[in-house]
Design a protein around this ligand. Sequence first.
Ligand SMILES: Nc1ncnc2c1ncn2[C@@H]1O[C@H](COP(=O)(O)OP(=O)(O)OP(=O)(O)O)[C@@H](O)[C@H]1O
Length: 314
Amino acid sequence: MISVDSLTKKYGSMTAVHDVSFTAAPGRVTGFLGPNGAGKSTTMRMMVGLTDPTSGTTHILGRRFAELPNPGREVGVLLDASAQHAGRSGREILAIAAHSMGLPRGRVEAMLDRVSLTEDEAGRRVRNYSLGMRQRLGIAAALLGDPEVLVLDEPANGLDPAGIRWMRDLLRDFADQGGTVLLSSHLLHEIEVIADDIVVIGNGRIVAQGTKDDLLAAGGSLVRAEDVPALSRALTAAGLTVHPDHEGALRVEADLATIGRAALDARIALTELRAADGARLEEMFLELTAATQRDQLGDQLGDQLGDSLEGTAA
Ligand SMILES: Nc1ncnc2c1ncn2[C@@H]1O[C@H](COP(=O)(O)OP(=O)(O)OP(=O)(O)O)[C@@H](O)[C@H]1O
């Protein structure tokens, strides 16, 4: 179990994480989703004691990270898969970590096997690893101490679709055995595939959280007809709330039967009618991402303007 309570981090006048609270429950995979720069890594670094919060607290298994007697045995952490010593082999890196945690050598071979790194790959220097192999090694290191909790920052980065599937199965298995998993991603699809619960962060603030099923079910229904404007008028006249969808269909806040009946009453033939899985989550996430990109563009333009003004002054 992880609980994050009113966590805030300020860098000078910039608030990277603002009053963030959520829990990640045992037996569940919790996805921490947000566009680039939203505050995911900062939050995770505060959880595992690598960054001091400005205010707020985090508890893992009921204790602050610093109070855990043998952190590697309780929390498996993967924050930056490229941070491993590039001149050592994967096997050496795990052996050193196992030694420092007082684990038997057999544990290293078991974890190499668990993440499907072959004999040849395990003996290769990490500088010659692909990003996907680094992620697998990072996950092996996180699992090494047989922890109850995993905190993984963008673990699916660099994995191909088969690798993402492999990770989903591994994390599912871990959670099914009672473990707590928190993993971050800036890709909605990745989180949709892997997580049971989702916490969405944008600009340092939590903007949505709940079970994946609830968040996806909040999408209403998607409906299409040859004459979409006529359909829109008919559904609105029937008292339903209608939103234009970006692909030319309509998203309606009603169940399928209600929409079908309203269309029949208006004698409009439908060409498509289905649950709009995730539409609202996707819309919200696209808006967040677009807003972030606008902010970043604004910052870049501001920097460029600053540079050219400095050039003028000089
Ligand atoms: N040490 C630091 N000093 C100043 N600002 C920082 C520092 N670390 C992070 N930030 C800023 O805090 C904000 C949140 O960054 P963070 O790395 O937590 O985002 P993220 O959600 O993990 O993004 P990404 O998906 O790109 O990794 C960003 O604006 C970032 O520039």
